[in-house]
Ligand binder design. Structure first.
Ligand code: AOF
Ligand code: ZN
Length: 366
């Protein structure tokens, strides 16, 4: 075991173990909302003697699983946690007390918990009990892991991402590229991170509703927007969709055909369909991350996109570029939709990756 100390006094092993915590935490990707994903390892004499992650809201926290796993070996050990241990009674008791009781010597934390109920109080409690505490190891990685949770805690709003596909000549496409929806494709991986995905009712026709193909993946709740000027266009939803996973949002001027209402999907009727109301609904349901997915005949989503951009409601934008050059016929609604919005957005940390035959761009709205 070679322990190398770096200049700021941060032990390189600390980074290694916090990365391991993040890796453990992601085993519960998509399943923890409204809670964050958290991982914990207990290390003694350079060896991992216990590990755990938070699987789901209502279940024990990462520290509890890791301490159980370590048993008596936790005494005088170092606990690594990707998020500050909580110091409050929520659905579960405080992790600080569990760590103190287990007599750990030191706690290394990835980032402070933005939850106002915790917000450094967990660190204070541990220090008060004579435990050595280090904070801010691999902080960026820990933040990225829980960007939706952090956003919700700081703003009180669910995290909102806009996704769309374009051709090489910059036309909006209503299709996805080859290979991206399959297991391992960006779209399949990306979907499992979201609690809800908003799609147009036309997606329920020939195009399949968004489903992640990752084994055992979280499947986001599908929020179907059924909105039509006159005459109302029928909404048909494949019967293989589990009713509890579909919520229909409509307005009082749209008549949803009987065939659909009979399927028993939860239906929310608003005076006017708007993003703010949908996000508020999601928040009340404990849905922290929402994907506005421009697929199908996304005319029904046009006002939502405009509202999202004009009211600065977007946190992330994902654009898939397909290796296609299309004419005005093949390009869905063309860029008219997005260009009609009178607002500039600054995007930061733009990153690209290849998936299937497409290139995917991802950036954060400042
Ligand atoms: C931790 N370890 O693994 C998680 C933490 O209702 P509860 O008891 O589940 O508490 C939820 C809050 O606890 C959540 O909002 C966040 O602040 C923190 N989550 N804390 O020490 C964990 N998941
Ligand atoms: Zn806790």
């Amino acid at each position: 075991n070679s322990r190398v100390s770096v200049e700021d006094g941060n032990d390189k092993d600390d980074n290694f173990y916090i990365k391991r915590c993040v890796e453990l935490a992601t085993k519960a990707i998509g399943f923890t909302s409204p809670n964050p994903m958290v991982g914990c390892v207990i290390v003694k004499d350079g060896k991992i003697v216990g590990q755990g992650f938070h699987p789901k809201a209502g279940q024990p926290h990462a520290e509890v699983f890791a301490l159980r796993d370590a048993g008596d070996l936790a005494e005088n050990a170092t606990a690594y946690v990707s998020l500050e241990p909580c110091n409050h009674y929520g659905r579960t008791p405080p992790c600080t007390e569990a760590l103190i009781k287990a007599k750990v010597k030191k706690v290394v934390v990835g980032m402070v918990d933005p939850n106002p109920l915790v917000a450094s109080k967990g660190l204070d409690r541990l220090r008060g009990a004579g435990i050595d505490v280090v904070v801010g190891v691999e902080e960026e990685m820990c933040r990225k892991l829980n960007e939706a949770f952090i956003h919700l805690m700081l703003t009180g709003k669910p995290y909102l991402t806009l996704r769309h596909s374009i051709s090489m000549n910059g036309q909006l496409l209503n299709q996805l590229g080859e290979g991206v929806t399959e297991n391992g494709g960006y779209y399949s991986q990306f979907l499992q991170e979201y609690d809800a995905v908003i799609v147009s009712s036309s997606l329920t026709g020939n195009l399949a509703l968004p489903t992640s193909q990752e084994p055992g993946a979280n499947q986001p709740i599908k929020i179907i927007i059924a909105k039509n000027p006159c005459p109302p266009v029928p909404v048909s939803i494949p019967s293989n969709e589990v009713a509890s996973k579909v919520i229909l949002f409509t307005d009082k001027d749209t008549s949803v055909e009987q065939e659909t209402t009979q399927k028993g999907f939860e239906t929310v009727v608003l005076d006017h369909i708007n993003l703010d109301a949908i996000l508020e609904f999601c928040k009340r349901r404990g849905l922290c991350s929402v994907l506005l997915d421009l697929r199908g005949n996304f005319g029904e989503l046009e006002d939502l996109v405009k509202e999202g951009i004009e009211q600065n409601m977007l946190q992330k934008i994902v654009v898939e570029v397909l290796p296609l050059w299309v004419d005005s016929e093949g390009g869905g609604n063309s860029l008219k939709l997005l260009n009609s919005v009178r607002k500039r957005l600054q995007v930061s940390n733009l990153q690209s990756k290849a998936s299937g035959k497409s290139i995917v761009l991802e950036g954060y709205v400042q």
